[in-house]
Write a protein that binds this ligand. Structure first.
Ligand SMILES: C[S@@+](CC[C@H](N)C(=O)[O-])C[C@H]1O[C@@H](n2cnc3c(N)ncnc32)[C@H](O)[C@@H]1O
Length: 403
């Protein structure tokens, strides 16, 4: 838990004096060795807002790669961590603008406004409303959204009270404090099922943590919409539940990748495409599909689209004689058993020094295996461990490379 901002802090940070104070704070190191002196300096000049200044600058630094406008934004540490990354929010905003051209969109849990910023910048979106129950976050959203060309309407409201006639509604319930990685639907705030009930009949996109077991929603609560799993740069970020997508796939993986020039490329895999793939011996390459594809249960569809095949019907590693563009592939040098002694012998014969270990379907901890194998050579290699049927199999590969 970071510094607790007050409305007075936010008003100060938004004022001309506060803006100058932020510039001063941004010029300070704020490192562990300088922190006491830096805080002393800020307290002398800007008390009682010194804590707000320090927290804002530290959050801005931490948010640099996540939020495009981080350097000018206001947030609490929690709100920054909960905020949707700009690339993910932009993808959703663009999709909403294209699918519901001219629609007014209401973000029911807008927090500091990370989604509102992107919705307001999406030319296809007709109008934007943001609301949140937390007055401090809302006042920060007011600042953050004032940086763009189009300013959304903001109001303090409970997401479980219908407060607008917007054409489409989005929400991003938070995990209640104390709920761990695995959590129940009623540990979300506002509770997911209550949001779905309150806004029933309106197209709704609800962003959830990727750990949410969305199958429970289907099986137990009859949710019949689409589940979209999104990853950014290889890390799975969210599951988004879309209602009202008649005639559309029920599962979708969206893979976003930041390019060297900072643009973001995307591709999608959906469950309404061919999933007819063979199960056979390894080809020249092992391909480890993106986590969004795996989490969405679309490995076969992805394989079929790229001419790959499976090593085992239950395992997400794929294989083929080429690697899809943009994906990470491992060129197979040899197939091996998985006993330590055999692995040690074969890796040593290849002069292995640095070893990356990937595991699926086996109870093997890569770090402890690497410690046991103690590779001492000069060459970098990758070891892909998995099971085919009930048998553990290893693939000694050249280091993984992205194509
Ligand atoms: C995960 S955050 C949303 C983050 C936001 N999508 C973003 O990208 O910055 C969840 C938000 O829900 C708000 N919230 C919790 N319960 C609420 C309720 N009943 N009504 C409205 N907002 C609520 C919290 O104050 C918090 O700001």
């Amino acid at each position: 838990m970071g510094y607790r901002f007050t409305l007075d802090d936010v008003a100060f940070l938004r004022s001309r004096h506060g803006s100058k104070a932020l510039s001063t704070a941004a010029g300070l190191d704020l490192s562990s060795s300088s922190m006491l002196a830096d805080i002393g300096e800020l307290r002398r000049r800007y008390a009682p807002h010194d804590g707000a200044l320090v927290e804002t600058i530290l959050c801005r630094r931490r948010a640099r790669t996540k939020l495009a406008a981080a350097q000018d934004m206001l947030f609490t540490d929690d709100a920054m961590q909960q905020a949707t990354a700009s690339a993910v929010a932009r993808h959703r905003a663009t999709e909403i603008g294209e699918r519901f051209a001219g629609a007014v969109v209401h973000d029911l849990t807008c927090s500091i406004g990370a989604e509102l910023v992107e919705l307001s910048a999406s030319p296809g979106v007709g109008g934007v409303i943001g609301s949140d129950i937390d007055a401090v976050r809302l006042s920060m959203a007011r600042h953050n959204t004032s940086l763009g060309d189009r300013i959304p309407t903001l109001l303090r409201a409970d997401a479980l009270t219908p407060t607008s006639t917007a054409d489409i509604v989005i929400a991003d319930p938070a995990r209640r404090s104390g709920a761990g990685r695995v959590f129940r639907l009623d540990q979300l705030t506002p509770p997911l099922l209550d949001v779905l009930t309150t806004w029933a009949g309106r197209p709704l996109a609800v962003k959830c943590a990727p750990g949410l077991d969305y199958r429970v929603l289907r099986d137990r609560y009859g949710f019949s919409g689409q589940v979209q799993i999104t990853s950014l740069d290889g890390s799975v970020r969210e599951a988004c539940l879309w209602t009202e997508r008649d005639g559309e796939p029920r599962r979708r993986a969206t893979v976003l990748r930041t390019q060297p020039d900072s643009t973001v490329r995307s591709f999608e895999v959906t469950d309404d495409t061919d999933d007819d793939v063979a199960v056979a011996e390894a080809g020249d390459w092992i391909v480890d599909p993106d986590g969004a594809v795996v989490r969405a249960g679309l490995v076969r569809q992805y394989a079929a689209a790229h001419g790959l095949w499976q090593l085992d019907p239950q395992i997400a590693y794929l294989t083929g004689n080429s690697v899809p563009l943009g994906e990470r592939g491992f060129r197979v040098l040899e197939v091996t058993g998985i006993a330590d002694r055999e692995l040690r012998r074969r890796l040593s014969a290849r002069d292995c020094g640095t070893l990356e270990i990937l595991v699926r379907g086996l109870d093997v901890d890569p770090d402890s295996l690497r410690k046991r194998l103690k590779p001492k050579g000069s060459r970098s290699l990758s070891l892909v461990l998995t099971r085919i049927g009930r048998k553990g199999v290893g693939f000694i590969c050249e280091p993984g490379a992205r194509f």
